[in-house]
Design a protein around this ligand. Sequence first.
Ligand code: FES
Length: 108
Amino acid sequence: MGGDGSMNEPDDAASGPQPLELPAGLTFLCRCGRSRQGWFCDGAHLGTGQLAREVLLAAPGTVQVCGCGRSRHYPLCDGSHGRAVVKRWWMGWRWGPRAAPAPTPEHP
Ligand code: FES
């Protein structure tokens, strides 16, 4: 929920896109969140079934990385931070209250 109480805003200002300076050439960015090198892949994803995100730049430049965690192209921002969070009525639905267990001779 947003700071003003709305469901359409990110929780804080830091959850938007963040600039990341990259050198020219191929850079591997972390997609699994286990890297000890921040946004950069250090191979910690091995065994998780995930791969690093490859970014190829012809010249040094800046990319926008996702600060909200909602991007479908994580760790790169895809604009999902600006989309409304849609909460459907069934998303909070549970199977209702459980019936009390039947009494047994040990636990009447
Ligand atoms: S910050 Fe843009 S999609 Fe997350």
